[in-house]
Design a protein around this ligand. Structure first.
Ligand code: HEC
Ligand code: HEC
Length: 224
């Protein structure tokens, strides 16, 4: 966030506004309200909330349940967007929705900032697998773009590709179930339907192979 001079703000410009503008500048897809919430977020305030998340998402946001995603090492903007979708009932997360409804928008931004700054530790005993062709080259015949073009070469996620989340180390069952919710359009949080298009084209055995490949990539560092 050091583009204040480049953007030519006068020296006395309020600091929080500069942060807000630079967040909007970095993430053009982000609404002004989300940028303001993240600029005002405070990871120190989350202590009392973490116990609620740990119950399902594991200790410190590192899941040990194959059906439940890790929360760490995703971008704050991605996490906040998903939480807002759960709160609004636009994404069905089962028990997630009910719990999130009790939190206010600023609390959602606080937990998003908190988890985005943590790493996902590498799992021991996981052997890396060769990347399926879909990862690096996609399949032009079926109009499937390479996963890596959006999710990064090592599944680390890419802010400048629709804020595509990190996939490295993602729990197996959650990986497959998130793809089926894009395919049946019960999850429509993907801008321009980019994931719906991909998920509809994949066979079950391709999903299974991709899930195993990404899980075996292991840990990941924070995205921002
Ligand atoms: C009762 C269990 C439960 C609790 C408690 C819970 N979650 Fe979840 N959460 C889930 C499930 C299940 C999913 C996957 C939903 C789906 O399949 O789409 C999920 C998904 C998410 C996602 C989406 C992740 C992604 O990769 O898209 C975020 C973000 C999230 N939870 C944050 C939180 C936070 C923050 C808390 C604590 C304030 C919390 N959850 C508490 C069960 C829970
Ligand atoms: C054009 C960009 C693009 C391509 C290509 C793409 N993705 Fe995605 N993917 C996204 C975005 C953006 C999201 C998050 C959508 C949202 O905001 O909910 C996503 C979400 C996902 C998720 C859910 C992650 C979570 O935490 O819930 C999985 C799994 C996934 N993609 C797998 C794949 C696989 C496998 C491929 C290749 C076969 C692929 N994607 C190709 C952009 C892309």
């Amino acid at each position: 966030m050091k583009n204040t001079n480049r953007m030519g703000y006068p020296g006395g410009f309020p600091h929080y506004l500069i942060l807000t503008f630079s967040l909007m500048f970095s993430y053009p897809a982000l609404g002004a309200d989300a940028a303001v919430l993240l600029a005002g977020a405070d990871a120190q305030r989350v202590e009392s909330l973490l116990g609620k998340c740990d119950r399902c998402h594991g200790d410190a946001g590192v899941s040990d349940d194959p059906e439940i995603p890790h929360l760490v090492a995703q971008s704050a903007t991605y996490l906040l967007k998903q939480l807002q979708h759960f709160k609004a009932g636009e994404r069905d997360g089962g028990r997630m929705n009910k719990m999130i409804r009790k939190l206010d928008e600023q609390q959602l931004a606080d937990v998003a900032i908190y988890f985005s700054s943590k790493s996902l530790p590498a799992q021991g005993g996981v052997t890396p697998l060769a990347a399926p062709a879909l990862v690096k080259t996609g399949d032009a015949g079926r109009n499937i773009d390479a996963c890596a073009s959006c999710h990064g070469d090592d599944g680390q996620g890419k802010l400048d590709q629709y804020d595509a989340p990190a996939l490295a180390g993602m729990p197996l069952t959650y990986f497959a179930s998130s793809l089926s919710s894009f395919a049946d359009e019960s999850r429509k949080s993907d801008v321009n339907g980019v994931m719906g298009k991909v998920a509809k084209a994949l066979s079950d055995s391709e999903v299974d192979e991709l899930a195993r490949y990404y899980l075996a990539l292991g840990g990941r560092a924070p995205m921002e």
